[in-house]
Ligand binder design. Structure first.
Ligand code: BGC
Length: 413
């Protein structure tokens, strides 16, 4: 090739370089001008988040929460007009918690439309009243970078303390927990927004031990979470599954934007390894595969009881739990059927990670009807579950370390 050919080649290369430079500059300008739009685009959401949209801003109460701030709140000066309209017998604000008492004849529908809405409104109002930051500062706070997507490598086994303890002493240990048993990492936006739903009755001695163990455990995992203790009122047989359905519905109303991930958790199980992430993967996860009292062995392949994790979408797709299991056993197997029936499979951590300690308790009487009910699951599950859930919400109390939902779930005649 002659000198003119070489010059032509050099010219083409320079033109290509200029074009490339222009393209890079144009891309940088688009990112600068429309960055916030791109941030919400499905492509980015998909690339950055495994299951759900973790870029949704984390909402927080005031940075430094002290339980005593509840003293300053008053329902007689409501932040929202709805507060005046509540049909309640007794709107009480205690020094460290908030209680709303529903009228006994309130059905699920009326509760849906007033009290729960009211509670979220009150919480929003509290945020506005109690934060010392300006709106702009809070806006920046929601733009904190995402928390790292992997846990620090040194996280591993944790000890448990099963000795009896008093709840008010435990409460003093965790001033960083916000009213209702809520927490979000202070320096980054959590990738997971998780509601821990705990069905409850007659286990007062376990509650303090559970909260004492779970809060430090969950805080270390850098997730945003809330702990919801759903207590069954009355003397009917315990209905664990229906309480979890109630927990799903009620907890969802208490967080603006809702929760993405739900962990259904027996109160007598305490996780023993921090690598057991309290988040929701692509498939429903059975978390408590390896329990000390069961010799750290999986009892059977399809078991889904104890502690299990499902996204909001997964839970809705299977129509939640059945409402029909009164007494011990079967309701988790029913959920296991549902999960597999709609095409999911059960995910698990390895046995060395999914380890739990079980607290002592009396074994309840098994439900003699459970096998008969289980034989019907695959035929009836779309007509028994969230779609047919009915209950009377009795009282919602925002305590320092947990939200207490008291509910009457007896069959409505
Ligand atoms: C019951 C389940 C229970 C499992 C393990 C099964 O027979 O149906 O409800 O979780 O045993 O105890």
């Amino acid at each position: 090739m002659g000198p003119s050919g070489a010059a032509g080649g050099g010219g083409r290369a320079a033109r290509a370089l200029r074009l490339l430079l222009l393209l890079v500059l144009a891309l940088a300008a688009v990112e600068y001008l429309f960055g916030s739009i791109l941030d919400a685009s499905p492509l980015r959401t998909y690339l950055y988040t495994p299951v759900y949209n973790a870029t949704h801003p984390t909402l927080r109460f005031g940075e430094k929460f002290a339980p005593s701030w509840a003293k300053r709140l008053s329902v007689t000066e409501p932040p929202y007009p709805e507060v005046k309209n509540i049909t309640s017998r007794n709107d009480t604000i205690f020094a460290s918690n908030i209680t709303l008492v529903m009228t006994p004849d309130m059905t699920r529908q009326s509760a849906d439309n007033s009290t729960s809405l009211l509670l979220s409104r009150i919480l929003e109002g509290y945020r506005n009243q109690t934060t010392t930051e300006s709106t702009d500062a809070r806006k920046n706070e929601t733009e904190l970078p995402l928390c790292p997507d992997s846990l620090p490598p040194d996280l591993g086994p944790v000890p448990v303390n099963k000795t009896d303890m008093e709840l008010d002493i435990v409460e003093k240990e965790y001033p960083e927990i916000q009213l209702g048993g809520r927490y979000a990492p202070p320096n980054c936006t959590a990738r997971h927004r998780v509601a821990i739903i705990v069905p409850f009755r007659d286990r007062k001695q376990h509650l303090a031990i559970f909260l004492h163990h779970m809060h430090p455990f969950l805080m270390k995992q850098q997730i945003e979470y809330g702990i919801f203790i759903v207590e069954q009122e009355g003397n009917s047989e315990f209905n664990r599954a229906k309480l979890m359905n109630v927990g799903f519905v009620e907890s969802q109303k208490l967080r603006a934007g809702g929760w993405q991930c739900f962990i259904f958790h027996d109160i007598d199980l305490l996780p023993l390894d921090l690598r057991n992430m309290y988040s929701c993967p692509r498939q429903p996860r059975h978390m408590s595969s390896s329990i000390d009292k069961l010799h750290f062995k999986l009892p059977y392949e399809d078991i889904f009881g104890g502690v299990s994790a499902m996204t909001q979408e997964q839970f809705k797709k299977v129509n939640g739990f059945s409402n029909k299991y009164w007494g011990w056993g079967g309701e988790d197997d029913d959920m296991s059927y549902r999960v597999r029936k709609v095409g999911f499979h059960i995910a698990r951590y390895k046995m060395s990670i999914a380890r739990y300690a079980m607290l002592d308790h009396k074994k309840s009487a098994p439900n003699p009807k459970r096998y008969q009910l289980l034989s019907q699951t695959s035929k009836v599950f779309q007509k028994d579950g969230l779609s047919t859930l009915q209950y009377q919400l009795v009282k919602v109390t925002l305590n320092h370390l947990h939200t207490h939902v008291l509910v009457n779930i007896d069959e409505l005649s």
